[in-house]
Every structure is written in structure tokens, then in C-alpha cells.
Design a protein around this ligand. Structure first.
Ligand code: MSP
Length: 650
């Protein structure tokens, strides 16, 4: 984000109402909330929007499966999101629902305008549609002929009359926008992906459906009542209709958005379709689209069907809402994926929050009550501790640019440096020794240094931990607001004096994991651990198993004797792997994107040898090859030195 205008419009995606809120939703919302609080503290006129996305085939199906009307179902789930954000003290200014009347009017107005402009035409859509992602795909994009490249679920073939948006007309203007606005998509790696995608050519986009009903009807002027709008056109428009587009335009001067905060899975819609729609509407484009990564559980994507979804309310109740906020923002580099573990969360609370911050405040409370009845003056700070205070200012000055670049983990990392300076200063100068040596003014100035560092850190930590930092400020005798932000951060001043009040410890030490397993996991009877077995490991949230259990899996070294492509498959290779048995095993492996058949022959791999044989694309697979996959791709796990085929691993 850049700070060159007085208004700041910050948005989250609007959440589908086919699912109850989970940690991924909470993550997006908490980041946006942090930005909004910062923006207000920095004096910007801020409008923070969140809400729910309630139309489309997916929602219609979810409601039907529960024997409910779509609206009735949407009301229920939308309220769950709203309630959670209220319980989480999320400071949104508006909660929009795409079933709101004003929203529907705004979307229809937009459709009309694009149509008048000649950007919409009628034709027949024939192709593949993924209901789960509410997205269309061309044949070449599909996996193994039929499967959605985004979520892997089977797509359906759709052939119906449809209105199309001339997305192809906007290819050059989009590329120009990416080129001229270095930070329009953050982080940069994601921007490169988008640019490559657009450079490969854009097809026109089907923007209406006739095969279901649950959506915004086309404007009356079009006179085609069997069509409803494509859910992504409807949904993206929320960013404008929330400000009154097409109805009461009172808040339209918040546009363009300062930042649309989204997850990486919905970048294509926001970084390609949305700016193209806006260009068609002659509207300015958002300043930034910032895409964060995914929260996973034991390396797996969370989903209701896997039963590994983390309930953010349970985590916040168990560990403290603001500790949880700190953890989410500090633990994972923005844009990257992060695995949720209670161990990591506890470490952050005990170490960063408890040791570095909480203890520092306690030490200050103790020293100030002992040496100066809780009164601290900043009078001699610069005289004795200029070096320290200058260093602190250097770190503080780096913070805002990091926040505006969405480098939130770096922001918090940098914010902790002044705390180390403060803790180190106490250890180095030892105020109790100074007092003994009669250097009282140095000892008291040291308290002044610590109090000012804590005050500056509290201000800059405020957007992440609002109540905790209000407490710290209360204990130091000042208030966090635009005035203190301006003097302590912008003008780099010290507060003249502090009156310290003792408060209870802010971060009591946590000794062990509070949550055993998520409720959803407990409900999965087929996975229920036997008594005393599979106790939750507080290290990574993984279930602990005994060595015997591990040895139930037979992993063996195998030599690949033959490898061939599987016709019509983009992912699979058919391998023959020698495991030292009478004949090689046939293994079908999804590694074609990373390995050519020739490169595998005569190499060694690790094979899970006692898996039940399974059929993949009609072919028998008699084992599984071990591999590790991250953002950079997939790598096979191989023995470091050649081993006899069939050698057990373990
Ligand atoms: N309705 C659309 C958004 C329309 S915006 C005009 C949608 N909704 S969603 O509910 O499926 O997802 C909303 C957001 O939650 C997305 O940004 C998505 O990336 C985020 N997350 C959902 N699961 C997630 C994780 N496991 N981890 C992190 N965020 C993920 O998409």
C-alpha cells in the first residue's frame, strides 16, 4: 500500500456461505483488520469492508442438501461469519451480503453499462465448469481430461446459452497496468504468475448461466429472464456496491480500493477479471491486490471432508484472540503457506510475547516502583542512551514501508528489535548496580529508555494486538491514538514522562497444548485414536505413534526398470519397479510434470510396499513412490547411495 491519499478502502474477500468460518477465513480477515486499524491510527479516513458471497450453484446445492431454501441457508451461515467477526472484534465498517437489494441493483447497473459499451455479447457456452470453484476451464487447462486444475474435483460439461464478457479485448490494457504499477499485485512472485497467464492469451468469459436460478437476474432492459449472473461477476462487484455504486453513491469517494486482501486461490479472479470489469465500467483500478498463502494442517489443505479444519474460535478461546492474531501474522511470510501447529503458537506466546515483551514490561514496573515510585522521566535518556534510542528509531522507521508492502512477518520481526535493544540495555547497564554505585540519574534514565521503547512498540503493535497494547499503554500512563502515533512514531519524539501502573502479567506461560484435537477431528470416528495411543504431539500438531505403528508401513528401496507415459494423462507415469521380488511391481505415479520417463529408468526410489493395490485410470498400481512437494515442485525421495532392490527403509 502507498500512503499518498487521505482515504483508505480495505477489503476482504466475501466468504462463501457453503462453509462455516475456519482459520483460513480468519487469517484474511485479521490481516485486513490489522491494516484497517493501522490506517485509522495513521489518520486516514478508512473504510473496511467484509461480507458474504451468497449466490451460485454451489450455495444452491449446499442448501438443497440440507433441505433448505438458498436464502434461508445463506442467512444462517452469513450470520455465523458476522457473529464470529463481532466476537473477534473485527473493526469492519460494513458487512455486505450479495443478497442485499442495493447490491443486486448495483450489479445490474454494471451489467447494463458493460452491455451498452459493447463489451457483452450473447453466444453459446460449451465447456467445463467446476462447481466447487465456480470457474470455467478450457480443455487444455483440465487435469487428466476432466478434473479441475484448481481443486482437483471433477468438472461438469456445460452447454448453454450465455452472455459473454469480452475479456480478450482487455489483454493489452491489463498487461500495461501490470507493467506500470509495480506493486499492483503483491507479492511479486504472484504478479509474475498473473502476467504469464495473461500473456498466454485471454478468452472471453461466460458471465451468465441458465441452468440454475440462485443468482442476480439480468437487468430488465436486457429482457432475458432465464439468465442469472455468473457468481464471480456478482461477487467482485461487491467492492463497488458496498460503497453505493448504482444506488446511493455517498461513499463512492473511497474508491479505488487501497487494497483487496485475498487468498492466492482467488487471485485470477481479482487480478484479471476484476480490473477488466473495472476498465469496462471506466472505473479506476485498485491500488493493490495482495494474495496470502494457505494455512494447512500437517501439510494438507484443510477441508471439511478431510475433517482437518481448524476452528479459529476454539484456538482464540484456548490461547487468547490477540496472541492468535500475533501468531498468524508473525509465523508465516505473507504469500507463503503455513502449517498450523499448537507448538509453534505456544512458542510464539512464551518466547516473543512472554519473554521479550511481557517480561520487559514487568521489569520496568518492578524497577520504576523500586527506584522512583512509578514515576519515569525521559529527561536524561538522550544524554546517556543516545546510541540505543537512535538504533530504535532506525528500526521503527522501517516498519511502515514493510506494512504497506504486506511484509507483515518482517514488520513484526523488525518491531521486536527495539525490544531486544531494551532487554539488552538492562543486562548491559544493570540499573541495580548503577544504583549501588550512586549513578542514580543513569539508572533512572535507563527506565526512561525502556519506557519509551515499550511505548513505541506498543503503538506499532497496536494494529495487531489492540487490547493488549491498550493495556500496556495504560500501564505506562499514555493512550494509543493518532496523537501518540504522530509524536512517538512520525516525529520520533520521546514521551516526557510516564506514570507506571502495575498490571497483571499479560502473557502467562503456557506449558502444554490446550487443545487436544479440533472438534471436527474428534467427530471422525474412523480416525479416532485408541486410548493412550496417538496422543496429540505438541510439536507440530501431528499424532504421535509408536515405533511398532511406524513399522506397520513397509518402505523399500526400488529400482525403476521401465517408465512410460500414460496416454491422455497429464500427470501420470507408469513405472515398473524392482523390489527384489520375482517380478517388478507396476506403480502409477503422478510425477509426470516433474520427471520424464527416460530420466527415471535405472534410478532408485523409496516405495511404500504394503499398500493395498489400487486402480488409477484403469491401471493397477501396486505401491506408492515417496516424494516431497513444495512451491518449487516435486522431488523424489531416494537413497543417498545405491542399495539392493528390496532393502527395507526404517
Ligand atoms: N466467495 C469467494 C470470494 C469472492 S471475493 C469477491 C471465495 N470465498 S471462500 O470463502 O471460499 O474463500 C474466502 C477466502 O478465504 C479466500 O481468500 C481464500 O483464499 C481464504 N481461504 C480459504 N481457505 C484457506 C486456508 N486454508 N488458508 C488461508 N486462506 C484460505 O473464494
Amino acid at each position: 500500500m502507498s500512503k499518498n491519499c487521505k482515504k483508505a478502502y480495505i477489503t476482504t474477500p466475501i466468504y462463501y456461505v457453503n462453509d462455516i468460518p475456519h482459520i483460513g477465513h480468519a487469517y484474511t480477515t485479521i490481516i485486513a483488520d490489522t491494516l484497517a486499524i493501522y490506517s485509522r491510527m495513521a489518520g486516514l479516513d478508512t473504510f473496511f469492508l467484509t461480507g458474504t458471497d451468497e449466490h451460485g450453484q454451489k450455495i444452491e446445492q449446499a442448501a438443497k442438501a440440507r433441505g433448505k431454501l438458498p436464502k434461508e441457508y445463506a442467512d444462517e451461515i452469513s450470520a455465523r461469519f458476522k457473529n464470529l467477526w463481532d466476537e473477534f472484534d473485527i473493526t469492519y465498517d460494513k458487512f455486505i451480503r450479495t443478497t442485499d437489494e442495493e447490491h443486486k441493483i448495483g450489479v445490474q447497473k454494471a451489467f447494463e453499462k458493460m452491455h451498452e459499451k459493447g463489451d457483452i455479447y450473447k453466444d453459446t457456452y460449451k465447456g467445463h465448469y467446476c462447481i466447487s470453484c465456480e470457474a470455467f476451464f478450457t480443455e487444455t487447462q483440465l487435469l487428466d481430461g476432466d478434473y479441475c486444475p484448481e481443486c482437483g474435483k471433477e468438472t461438469t460439461i456445460v452447454e448453454e446459452e450465455s452472455y459473454f464478457f469480452k475479456l480478450s479485448n482487455y489483454q493489452d490494457r491489463l498487461l500495461e497496468w501490470y507493467r506500470e504499477n509495480e506493486k499492483c499485485i503483491l507479492p511479486r512472485t504472484r504478479k509474475n504468475e498473473v502476467v504469464r497467464f495473461v500473456e498466454n492469451g485471454l478468452e472471453d468469459l461466460s458471465i451468465t448461466r441458465t441452468s440454475f436460478d440462485w443468482g442476480v437476474k439480468l437487468p430488465k432492459s436486457i429482457n432475458d429472464p432465464k439468465h442469472v449472473m455468473y457468481v464471480w461477476l456478482d461477487a467482485l462487484m461487491n467492492y463497488l456496491t458496498a460503497l453505493g455504486y448504482g444506488t446511493d453513491e455517498a461513499n463512492m469517494d473511497y474508491w479505488p480500493a487501497r487494497v483487496h486482501l485475498i487468498g492466492k486461490d482467488i487471485l485470477r479472479f481479482h487480478a484479471i477479471y476484476w480490473p477488466a470489469f473495472l476498465m469496462s465500467l471506466d472505473m479506476p483500478l485498485p491500488k493493490h491486490i495482495a494474495a496470502h498463502g494457505w494455512w494447512t494442517r500437517n501439510g494438507e489443505k484443510m477441508s471439511k471432508s478431510k475433517g482437518n479444519v481448524i476452528n479459529p474460535k476454539e484456538v482464540a478461546d484456548a490461547y487468547g484472540l490477540e496472541n492468535f492474531r500475533y501468531f498468524m501474522l508473525r509465523e508465516v511470510p505473507f504469500g507463503g503457506d503455513g502449517d498450523f501447529s499448537q507448538k509453534a503458537l505456544i512458542d510464539r506466546i512464551n518466547s516473543d510475547l512472554g519473554n521479550d515483551l511481557g517480561n520487559l514490561l514487568n521489569r520496568l514496573i518492578g524497577m520504576s516502583s523500586k527506584y522512583s515510585q512509578g514515576k519515569i522521566s525521559s529527561q536524561d535518556v538522550e544524554k546517556y542512551y543516545k546510541k540505543e534510542i537512535d538504533e530504535v528509531e532506525e528500526h521503527i522507521a522501517k516498519l511502515e514501508p514493510l506494512l504497506y508492502d504486506m511484509q507483515l512477518h518482517r514488520y513484526l520481526e523488525e518491531l521486536w528489535r527495539p525490544l531486544s535493544i531494551a532487554n539488552k540495555a538492562i543486562d548491559t547497564y544493570q540499573p541495580w548496580v548503577l544504583m549501588k554505585e550512586g549513578k542514580e540519574s543513569e539508572a533512572l534514565a535507563l527506565n526512561g529508555l525502556i519506557a519509551n521503547i515499550l511505548a513505541k512498540v506498543a503503538v506499532m503493535l497496536h494494529p495487531v494486538m489492540p487490547k493488549t497494547t491498550d493495556n500496556i499503554a495504560h500501564s505506562l500512563g499514555f493512550k494509543i491514538d493518532n496523537d501518540s502515533y504522530t509524536s512517538l512514531i512520525i516525529n520520533r519524539e520521546l514521551l516526557d514522562e510516564f506514570t507506571i501502573e502495575k498490571i497483571p502479567p499479560l502473557f502467562p506461560r503456557i506449558e502444554e497444548a490446550v487443545l487436544q484435537e479440533t472438534k471436527q477431528e474428534e467427530n471422525k470416528t474412523d480416525k479416532e485414536p485408541k486410548k493412550n495411543e496417538n496422543k496429540s504431539d505438541d510439536k507440530s500438531g501431528v499424532n504421535l505413534i509408536t515405533i511398532d505403528k511406524f513399522f506397520e508401513t513397509s518402505i523399500k528401496i526400488g529400482t525403476v526398470t521401465d517408465a512410460q507415459e500414460v496416454p491422455k494423462s497429464k500427470k501420470l507415469l507408469k513405472l515398473q519397479v524392482d523390489l527384489g521380488e520375482d517380478k517388478p511391481r507396476q506403480i502409477i505415479a503422478g510425477i509426470k510434470e516433474w520427471y520424464s520417463p527416460e530420466s527415471l529408468i535405472d534410478t532408485q526410489v523409496c516405495v511404500v510396499a504394503n499398500l493395498k493395490p489400487a486402480k488409477l485410470m484403469g491401471m493397477l498400481s501396486e505401491g506408492m513412490i515417496l516424494a516431497a512437494k513444495d512451491d518449487e515442485g516435486l522431488a523424489l525421495i531416494r537413497p543417498e547411495k545405491p542399495k539392493k532392490a528390496g532393502t527395507p527403509v526404517g
